[in-house]
Ligand binder design. Sequence first.
Ligand code: HT9
Ligand code: FE2
Length: 442
Amino acid sequence: MSISLPVDPVPNHTDPNNTASNGPAELTAETAADFHGEENLTRARASKPEEYDLVILSSFGGPEGQDDVIPFLRNVTAGRGIPDERLEEVATHYRANGGVSPINEQNRALLAALREALETRGPNLPITWANRNWEPYVKDVVQQAYNDGARKVLVLATSAYPGYSSCRQYREDYGIALEELGLTGKMQIDKVRQFWDAPGFIKSFVDGLVEGLREVKDGVAAAESAVAGNGRIRIMFCTHSVPTSAANEAGPRGVDYEGGSAYVEKHLQAARAVLAGVEAIDPALLEKVDWELVYQSRSGPPTMPWLEPDVNDALEALEGQVDGVVLVPLGFVSDHMEVKWDLDTEALDTCARLGFVATRTPTPGVHPDYVESLRTLIAERVASTAVSSDPAELEAQRETVCGSRGWFDACNPDCCLPARAKTPKPVIASYSGEDVREGARG
Ligand SMILES: CC1=C(CCC(=O)O)c2cc3nc(cc4[nH]c(cc5[nH]c(cc1n2)c(C)c5CCC(=O)O)c(CCC(=O)O)c4C)C(CCC(=O)O)=C3C
Ligand SMILES: [Fe+2]
């Protein structure tokens, strides 16, 4: 399904100054496949189903009271060069909410929904929960699982897109835990692939955007003094900004990604799939509507380039041009602090100041279609429920709504590897076959 809306969001996201880490500059989409070894990529994409004995829902973690706020922020930022002022600023977001991040409650709800889905629709596997930055910590959960007899574990991370923070860092969390616990080689831990293209993930945003557009269109129609008076509405698909260097390192190297990086490309794919879903339900909702991809929650030193435009800057730039704005939190799976603060507090304030009728649509949360997609992603990896034992056949049967072949069950060695990493940290879910790209280079 294709859709033609007037805004072409791509030029905003290409960073001409940062091509070094994204493969040779002269590489085109055609030569990328050769350079890459398309056959090798395909083999790596889907893994052979296994007899897993445990699923671990893996997330970011967040503080549960005022005393936790600073220790939590220290965990998040250990060794990452985040300025103190930024930390103090972020601490106030948590303090204003009693020192509690909403993320843990949301993960408990998702855990319960997934447990029920696995019990009723299979595969019949226990599921538990672990976090990177707060209790229950990954390392403790892995040790406990081993003590309880688990030897093959499947990790499901609450993060949909490719990138260091959203994918590789989860793979490191488990690689490091295994190494520190002396369990490397004694316990196999694999990971469910990134799922921006899963039908239920997209459907949850489609439902939200249909509602959001109706609400804003009604609001614009009822408004006494519309700022632009043209009835136009802008959809802003919002995601977490990352350093442009991190965006450019996302995914396997040497591929000519749309928008300059796999991180941006997959967001653009998801945005178009959401719009196509809305069009299929009610095409009139997209009349007088444009869209763009914007970023939020930037941190790091000001001298370091991060993906732009920031949502608030993008809103300012729209002053007098539209009457309504719909913020779609496309980069997030639940209403955690980034959504509650950066969108519901800051960006909606900016909308009010500029006179836009505005709303923020829901995150996937425990939307039944989203939960079902996550269950399907687990089921296709588990021997008792997989539709085939042949990876090529499994790959061909994947459910994807973005026109790609989905992400990798096991990643290439350099996938999302930070260029600054002198020695790569231990990781799980790494493709251990021969990397044909080395041959292609040499
Ligand atoms: C891509 C991405 C996602 C989405 C994918 C995913 O979900 O995984 C995400 C999610 C989240 N980020 C979160 C919180 C924080 N992220 C920070 C810092 C950073 N995030 C980054 C990226 C991302 N972050 C980056 C490149 C940094 C710079 C430092 C570093 O490279 O690590 C900081 C430090 C202070 C600050 O600088 O803001 C905090 C407190 C929470 C919990 C919210 C809650 O408590 O409800 C969640 C779900
Ligand atoms: Fe973050």
